[in-house]
Design a protein around this ligand. Sequence first.
Ligand code: G6Q
Length: 547
Amino acid sequence: MNRPQAAAALAVLEAHRVEVAKKRTMDLFAEDPRRFQDFSAGLDDLLYDYSKNRLTRATLHHLFDLARACQLEKRRDALFGGEKVNVTEKRAALHMALRNFSGHAIHVDGKDVMPDVLAERAKFLAFAEAIRSGRFAGATGERFTDVVNIGIGGSDLGPAMAARALSPYAAPGLRAHFVSNVDGSDIADTLKQLDPARTLFIVSSKTFTTQETLKNAQSARHWLVTALGEAAVASHFAAVSTRLDKVAAFGILPDRVFGFWDWVGGRYSMWSAIGLSLAVLIGPNHFEDFLRGGFDVDEHFRTAPLAENIPVLMGLIGVWHRNVWGFPAQAVIPYDQRLARFPAYLQQLDMESNGKGVQLNGDAVTQATGPIIFGEPGTNGQHAFFQLLHQGTETTPVDFIVAAEPNEADPEHHVLLFANCIAQSEALMRGRSLEEVQEILRAQGLSEAEIGALAPHKVFSGDRPSSTLLYRKLTPRTLGRLVALYEHKVFVQSVIWNINPFDQWGVELGKELCNRLAPLVADASVDLAGLDGSTAGLIAARRFLQG
Ligand code: G6Q
């Protein structure tokens, strides 16, 4: 860190870690009967419990000092104030305007964007309703039963994650599908299940230049035209893009093209018309509830004091783990099967935003930045990679995410699900010492020789940190809150690290090289001279294998 105050605050935290490390987390609970109450924060029916992390009141105090040294509140206000916080692309990052229910103006370059936001939202939600009601039908007059979103990255992961999460809110008889990969098997496997007469395609691409999306859209168009003729394109295609000129060239009718703005980053765009497939599936009212969940968190993030501010706490505790303890990864484990795609969604949100090595001024960072994010739903993960979480040589902090109430009617499943979730966080914290293991094995009647051989394998170090996000039920509003909490957590960390979370230059080089290599892959007669040995060798091997 080359910002002196921030570096000083971080140095205080590093010294403080030595003190904290002298105590076990279990002892912190034993010494402080109020630890759960004091190390948790709430937002309506959502609770963030961070008491099982290895930290004390002094830790939080030092973390808030770090936040102040990095001018977190000023930077947050600049974000909400529409300043061009995305410095490398000279843009604001105002996805919050898409879920602004305050009635107040939000300015970008001196212009209130809210009238356009509300008009565009009304337009795409009216279209969603027309599809749902059957008012807009297919070319043969049949009602749409299947909606296929064609998009990738930020134009896919959010709506795909949310469509699964909110499936209990879907209209009966409507299915949403998501095609993203340029691998032809993705679209082929999807189309196999569909009847062209009842299928609506939504081509979602901010730039409308993305190779994968354009290729998939062309294949979908060909499939439709083969079955129903060229004229059917008008009623079976819609698009979401900021490039209306490029969409028109594809043959999609202007009144079926829904826009958004360059101040909405791709991975922050599910609140815009990029959420159209979700809006068709769950309907305008539920979609607005989802937006309201995002707004709840914006208000909380903007106004709650640092000590009660959930995204601030999440971000700073992440910094404590990443920079002071040196933990390289962060697991996110939803004990909610319908959040199965939430870790993948967060992978993009977090790793594309904070996987950076350069500060805002172009200097190299001097501390670690974004952790590796991974996860799978519990309880499945328990039977797979949790071994490493409990006994591996790296400590991996975990976010557990769980509802108090299921969407399903069967309460017995949920008792087991919830018990598993809290058992895992307890086990990670509590651990099991060698003495405890020896005692258990003795009670089981093992010989001392057997105990000596087996006991070390059954020891758990404990003190493995975790936080739990508990909410009443996975509703559209809850999902909106979860997504916005993580968005702002990522922002908080970017401020501490002094990096730009809103650009993604790291994805460009591969795209550029692909464009150069594709003609060499396509045409076996092209000479491979000038390529590195491995790249040339792999193309040659493919040519050979293809005969
Ligand atoms: C997200 C990224 C990226 C983007 C995709 C799709 O923040 O910019 O994931 O969303 O590359 O881009 P288009 O929407 O332009 O097709």
